[in-house]
Write a protein of this length. Structure first.
Length: 182
């Protein structure tokens, strides 16, 4: 028996989000038809599984989902946070090689993302923030931690589905980002 004041008893359980929760958020924001198309159900389930554990509440989940459906490279490049990332030594090298890898490959899924990261690490000899921040910024549209990698994993599969609001896949995002850089 655990004491009542143990660490476990003071932590609130993480919310568990379902495909229906994801669909409800998408409908609220106008990204999904009233009833999701049958082909969207697997994606909604995957989105709940990937993003749900990263979101402490419904608002945080909606924020992560918003990164999938809203992407404007010019607006992204206007923030101070973006300037700080892009001013770091090697950031443009990461973006340049990332663009080549994304444009030369099939859709980015978990396996392909791992290959891209491995190639970037080997070619550029960089790790951590100097590697991941430019990747996340250019593809997810924001600097952050691992939750953004999960957003990236959902992009190409979402782009292929008939959502009310079209999703820009990784190729289109990296092209827009590189174009807006110049």
């Amino acid at each position: 028996m655990q004491p009542e004041n143990s660490v476990e008893s003071t932590l609130a359980p993480s919310p568990v989000f379902s495909a229906e929760d994801v669909a409800a958020i998408l409908r609220e924001h106008g990204w999904l038809q009233t009833a999701p198309q049958p082909e969207c159900h697997d994606w909604l389930t995957t989105a709940a599984a990937l993003l749900g554990p990263q979101a402490p509440d419904r608002a945080a989940l909606a924020d992560l989902l918003g990164l999938i459906f809203r992407y404007d490279a010019h607006a992204i490049l206007q923030s101070r946070e973006t300037h700080a990332v892009m001013a770091r030594d090697g950031a443009r090298d990461v973006i340049r090689l990332l663009a080549n890898l994304v444009l030369d490959c099939p859709d980015v899924d978990s396996d392909r993302f791992k290959q891209i990261v491995t190639t970037l690490k080997a070619a550029l000899n960089c790790r951590g923030r100097e590697l991941f921040y430019p990747i996340r910024l250019s593809l997810a549209g924001r600097v952050g931690e691992g939750e953004l990698d999960r957003v990236i994993l959902l992009l190409d599969s979402a782009a292929a589905l008939p959502f009310r609001s079209p999703v820009k896949g990784t190729r289109r995002r990296i092209l827009e980002f590189c174009s807006a850089l110049d």
